[in-house]
Design a protein around this ligand. Structure first.
Ligand code: NDP
Ligand code: PMR
Length: 400
């Protein structure tokens, strides 16, 4: 039956997941089961004005509304009441597949966005845009390899040379190495998962904040994709190995395996944990940006968990049996599954929906695809950790 299926699936985890289900249940708070706090879900079901409901199919209406008004609650460098007629320009990293591609497509289809697809494989991205049916004039591909700080700096230069204003930045790209026995490294010698998912994006976002500041667009946003699996206040976040940044000693040591550790907490390399740790970094970074820059710049900083998009390339390094069983497991057992298309609509809402302007928020969606402000785990919302992470990351990417 179902439990046999779950346990055989669980045992596919290199850490041995079968016995973990019970443990996980014990560790998860009822109120945040599946990452959806019950009270929040009910509030949004009953149409609370704070937790407004946004069905995916309202997306295009939302975007139309946004272009006709100045978004309330966001400081704008444009004169008050001035209508923005130009298209918004949005950079999406990792737009060559999965969530990034679906988001690029959803935004391009509105006709209100020009999408800069920031990708490591130019040809793959061009082909992906074409086969997704994106109109030629709705996007450009620009090379960005987040596994190289030089490439990040070069991307920023190239983007500035294009002369386009920057209105929204979406840090979406990621890698996941659940079966790796040994760490791999970025060009700068950082463990690859944290190097790409966090450090590359950290430098990119820090550099491009200047460009967001300079834009006259009414709703400028910086979005960093997070995940439920980095949040230990959920069942999914309690499947070992759990995210834990510890006292950040490995990061302080450079994360390069030269004497120090390749893991942020200073422990032994574990690819699945490194990914989850990187997602905690993403969510902490968004909040630290919010604390440091929201008031001064008016830019909205946000993160999100788009749902379990079990069919994407993220699982390409996982064993074949996992890739086969993961989608039906998420669809029929956890019910956490979302299609790439639906997830793309969700992220596109965070980019452009006029009612998602609140800064410092980690968005999630309930089973009716209504958005709500979700609670982060204790670690993923720890302001001291966020500040220390910021300072150490600055050093590693050469900003301090
Ligand atoms: P995919 O593997 O489909 O997409 C990841 C993208 O990142 C690809 O376009 C990939 O490029 C790109 N990328 C990888 N390495 C680099 C690099 N060095 N430089 C530039 N781009 C790079 O995975 P998803 O769409 O699932 O993941 C997108 C985001 O969603 C990630 O942040 C992930 O953490 C998050 N997420 C995913 C969930 C899921 O269930 N899938 C759940 C929660 C969050 P290429 O095409 O060349 O490989
Ligand atoms: Mg998980 C209860 C709900 C739930 C949800 C929403 C997810 C999401 N997962 C859930 C439960 C479980 N998972 C359970 C009970 C098990 C043990 C059988 C389980 C196992 C599991 C594995 C082995 N799950 C996984 C893996 C992965 O390799 C994925 C991962 O951790 O990537 C880092 C994963 C995921 N589960 C999710 C989501 C969203 C992922 C993947 C991606 C991510 O966080 O980006």
């Amino acid at each position: 039956g179902a439990s046999g299926f779950v346990s055989s699936f669980g045992s596919l985890s290199p850490q041995g997941g079968a016995s973990l289900l019970g443990k996980a249940n014990g560790g998860a708070k009822d109120s945040a089961f599946l990452g959806v706090s019950l009270s929040e879900t009910m509030k949004s079901d009953f149409g609370s004005s704070v937790l407004r409901s946004h069905k995916g199919n309202n997306l295009s209406a939302g975007i139309r509304a946004q272009t006709a008004t100045t978004t309330p609650g966001v400081k704008s460098s444009a004169p008050e009441g001035k209508k923005t007629l130009r298209k918004g320009n949005v950079i999406v990293t990792g737009a060559s597949s999965g969530l990034g591609l679906a988001t690029a497509k959803a935004l391009a289809e509105t006709g209100r966005w020009n999408v800069i697809m920031a990708c490591r494989d130019f040809l793959k991205a061009e082909k992906a845009a074409k086969s997704a049916g994106m109109a030629k004039e709705s996007y450009q591909v620009m090379h960005l390899d987040l596994a190289s700080l030089d490439s990040v700096r070069q991307f920023v230069k190239n983007f500035r040379q294009s002369g386009l204003p920057l209105d929204v930045l979406v840090c979406n790209a990621a890698v996941y190495f659940p079966t790796a026995k040994e760490p791999t490294y970025t060009a700068d010698g950082f463990e690859m998962s944290v190097g790409v998912n966090h450090l590359g994006h950290f430098l990119l976002a820090r550099e491009l904040l200047e460009d967001l500041k300079a834009s006259d667009y009414p709703a400028r946003r910086l979005i960093i994709v997070g995940s439920i699996t980095g949040n230990t206040n959920t069942l999914a976040g309690n499947i070992p190995p759990k995210a834990n940044l510890g006292d950040l000693r490995g990061l302080a040591g450079g994360l390069n395996g030269l004497g120090g550790s390749t893991m942020i907490d200073g422990g032994e390399f574990d690819g699945a944990k490194a990914y989850k740790d990187s997602k905690v970094c993403n969510m902490l970074t968004m909040q630290e940006f919010h604390r440091r820059y929201h008031e001064e710049t008016g830019v909205t900083f946000a993160s999100l968990y788009p749902g379990c998009i079990a069919t994407t390339g993220l699982f390409r390094e996982h064993v074949a049996l996992f890739r086969l069983l993961f989608p039906p497991f998420q669809k029929y057992i956890t019910k956490g599954f979302v299609s790439e298309e639906e997830a793309g609509k969700r992220l596109a809402q965070v980019v452009s929906d006029p009612s998602l302007t609140k800064s410092g928020v980690y968005w999630s969606w309930n089973s009716n695809s209504a958005s709500f402000e979700n609670q982060l785990s204790e670690e993923a919302s720890d302001p001291e950790k966020a500040q220390r992470l910021w300072q150490l990351s600055e050093k590693l990417v050469g900003l301090a």
